[in-house]
Ligand binder design. Sequence first.
Ligand code: SF4
Ligand code: MG
Length: 320
Amino acid sequence: EMPLISVKNLKKYFNMSQSKEMIRAVDGISFDIYEGETFGLVGESGCGKSTTGKLILRLLNPTDGEVLLNGDNILKYNRKKFRKLRKDLQIVFQNSSSVLDPKMFAYDILVEPLILHKIVPRYELNEEVDRLLDMVGLPKSSKRKLPNEFSGGQKQRLIIARALATRPKFIICDEPVSSLDVSIQSQILNLLVKFQNEYSLTYLFIAHSLNVVRHISNRVGVMYLGKIVEIGSNKEIFKSPTHPYTKALISAFPNLEEKKFNEEKLILKGEVPSPINIPTGCSFHTRCPYSYGKCKKEEPELMEITKGHYVSCFLIEKNL
Ligand code: SF4
Ligand code: MG
């Protein structure tokens, strides 16, 4: 089966303006996303998750790598060709004040993509806006409201309605619920699941919250300092995490119902190192309780340990 999206050796390095130093925000990652699934991307903040999302949608120019959509490298498309495609690929950002123009009425926020991508004829715009608001559970009267007149949850519904306006196939959800109360979080997640089923959507779901990712993802990629250290099914990642970093994340995760799976408690020491000064070898070696000689010098590759379960850690070779 061909993946819908295939990310190959994607890199994004930022030059620091004041020095010759380089930030390796995304450092050669590869993963596939299959049609109809939710691929979760987790890791502590600053590990490159959001940058990855932006690179896939060309909101940032990659330093290297490919993003294939149905086998076609969309990073090679010219502007015009990409703009056409853009209606199929959407992004839902965290509900923050910068996402919605505070001076635009909800009506205009929703009408903008409809006009830009010629989704419906002009005389149907009003009806289509009503339909979109209804889909996300907002009253028609919301049309005449400004973003700051909505609650956090309502704002996120509006952002989702705007993403759905172009009838996309693929949506990147970047921390879509992280600024919301837990009760509102589940409403929004349920809404995303409902739309996924109704419109056969494919999601890349980016979040630092393991709880949220576990709730919504079919497969999960774990990122650390710009690299993917483990990829597996929801069950593999949450019930038999294999990379020491994944194990540590899961151990720190206060999930009481499944304590028995977390027998091997692994506590993460210290902070994530700065992406300007990424440790040599396995970049996790400064925090890894299992680190040994080789780890400081050589970099482990992502290896498939069982079908579809990938891990980058030298311990895997040791155990084979
Ligand atoms: Fe730890 Fe070494 Fe594995 Fe890296 S390669 S996760 S330092 S044991
Ligand atoms: Mg982020």
